[in-house]
Design a protein around this ligand. Structure first.
Ligand SMILES: C[S@@+](CC[C@H](N)C(=O)[O-])C[C@H]1O[C@@H](n2cnc3c(N)ncnc32)[C@H](O)[C@@H]1O
Length: 482
């Protein structure tokens, strides 16, 4: 299995689109395979927006018809619940699995939601085109090996799938093999006190992401108490072995170990992520990220039906910022004690439609292009540009500093400094002009960088630039009105 990682971003490829961030040239000339990938992704996004229609599933799968009663399914019957999982995996993803009766039976829609969110996270935080091969680690893959199977059915990804329970690992391998995915999914058995992220043990330099659906509970008693409160969804009939559901410190203890390991591994995993069953765990995890100084993170709520809610949290030591709908994907953002959401990555300002939108967009292009940027690429047709800057080059303070620094330096004497600048890109952004019915919106996306204040400062510059681009249009607008 090829394990070379692409976690090092190609700094030169400064072209971001939204969503997702794209690479040079691709936006203008998408290949057939990229279009096919986008169409497939759109289909996968639609899955389970509505609850599955059991009558329809029965029509398409005789094995499901044998357990369903019209539009009803007995969720207290393990056999029926397992069959539902098998049927959805077969019909929607072309996957075949077998599950032991004494292990967790994963509800497909909930697991699919995590994979969808992860795709959005990885797609929108990279200058590379979506759909390229990535390598991930699934910590605690279970007997089903559900996440690697679901993800490999959608993207050309490869996985290290770890498991502490020998019996589950055996079933996971079997499921991988029966789907001909042994070349892409490697099931690795681990001991309980081994590192959760086995990069060093397996000789892996770097991977693109890790994911986990950790054991939820800190004790069997806590698990029973939760079941009695009916806090668990219908699939609770298949909760399986205690080892799957109970771990020291519960889910927060488990994900806390991943966070500890991430503080040592840092950029060797581009995105660390975890699914959590309790909002309080997400709140605590985000608070810990804050204490550790990790400001590039994402939080979202995965909702399935009216009962099941999960939270996903991801964090990165890299500079690439995910799209806002991925990074701030929950309304439960302002938990007691403050917001758990990361800084905004998008900004939009709306102005009245200028006499010539094209001329307005070109003036904006030129104002931004006049800055001392590392790169600025404008797509005339899409009215969208991507820029990268070494510093707040739009700020008066920066211009004054630069003037002082360059005074007396002979022409050509800044070659070395310019190379250093390239390595020090501190802010990457996308600006886009969008035409609505009676207004024009200028949207800006923070794509790269660590400093939210720099993005805020850029918003100020952009608002002023939009105002002056509109101002220049005003005489013509007035003429058009009279
Ligand atoms: C809640 S289950 C999730 C299973 C599967 N990923 C899913 O979503 O259905 C948690 C899994 O983590 C495994 N596990 C617990 N501790 C582990 C460890 N230290 N390393 C790897 N896996 C572990 C358990 O055996 C169990 O299969």
């Amino acid at each position: 299995m090829a394990m070379a990682s692409r976690h090092q971003q190609s700094a030169a490829a400064a072209a971001a689109a939204e969503p997702p961030v794209t690479v040079r040239g691709d936006a203008a000339d998408p290949s057939a395979s990229r279009l096919a990938q986008a169409a497939r992704d759109a289909e996968f996004r639609q899955l389970y927006r509505e609850a599955p229609d059991f009558k329809e599933l029965s029509r398409r799968d005789p094995a499901f018809a044998a357990v369903a009663r019209g539009r009803e399914l007995d969720f207290d019957d393990a056999e029926s619940v397992v069959q539902l999982t098998k049927t959805l995996l077969a019909l929607d993803f072309g996957l075949r699995i077998e599950l032991p009766r004494d292990r967790l039976c994963p509800p497909v829609p909930n697991r699919h939601n995590y994979v969808l969110w992860l795709k959005g996270l990885l797609d929108t935080s990279s200058y590379d085109a979506p759909g390229r091969p990535l390598v991930g680690v699934d910590v605690g893959t279970g007997a089903s090996c559900i996440y690697p199977l679901l993800a490999c059915a959608q993207r050309p990804w490869s996985f290290i799938a770890t498991e502490v329970d020998a019996e589950s690992a055996r079933w996971a391998r079997r499921n991988v093999e029966s789907n001909d995915l042994a070349g892409r999914i490697r099931v690795v058995e681990r001991a309980a006190d081994d590192a959760l992220l086995p990069l060093d043990d397996l000789g892996l330099g770097a991977v693109d992401f890790c994911m986990t659906n950790p054991p939820f509970y800190a004790s069997e008693a806590a698990m029973r108490a939760s079941a009695e409160k009916k806090a668990r969804p219908p699939h609770a009939v298949c909760t399986g072995a205690t080892t799957e559901m109970v771990t020291d410190g519960g889910e927060l203890g488990f994900v806390g170990r991943i966070l500890d390991e991430s503080l040592a591994l840092r950029g060797r995993v581009r995105w660390y992520s975890a699914m959590l069953g309790f909002l309080s765990s997400a709140v605590d995890l985000v608070a810990r990220l804050g204490r550790e100084g990790v400001a590039n993170f994402a939080v979202a709520e995965l909702v399935q039906g009216s009962k099941t809610r999960r939270w996903v949290v991801a964090w990165s030591f890299g500079p690439m910022r995910p799209a806002q709908h991925v990074a701030r994907g929950t309304k439960a953002g302002s938990a007691k004690g403050g917001s758990i959401l990361p800084a905004a990555t998008e900004f939009e300002t709306t102005v009245p439609t200028p006499a010539s939108v094209g001329a307005f967009a070109r003036r904006l292009r030129d104002t931004i292009g006049a800055l001392h940027l590392l790169s600025w690429r404008w797509d005339e047709e899409a009215m969208r540009g991507h820029g990268r800057a070494v510093d707040r080059v739009w700020a008066r303070a920066w211009r004054r500093k630069r003037k002082r620094e360059t005074e007396g330096v002979p022409a050509g004497g800044r070659g070395e400094a310019a190379e250093e600048d390239e390595a020090r890109c501190s802010f990457g952004f996308m600006v886009e002009v969008r035409v609505a019915v009676d207004a024009v919106a200028v949207r800006c996306r923070w794509v790269e960088g660590f400093d939210a204040v720099t993005f805020e400062s850029f918003q100020g510059f952009l608002k002023a630039s939009v105002a002056s681009a509109l101002e220049a249009d005003a005489p013509r607008t007035r003429r058009a009105e009279t």
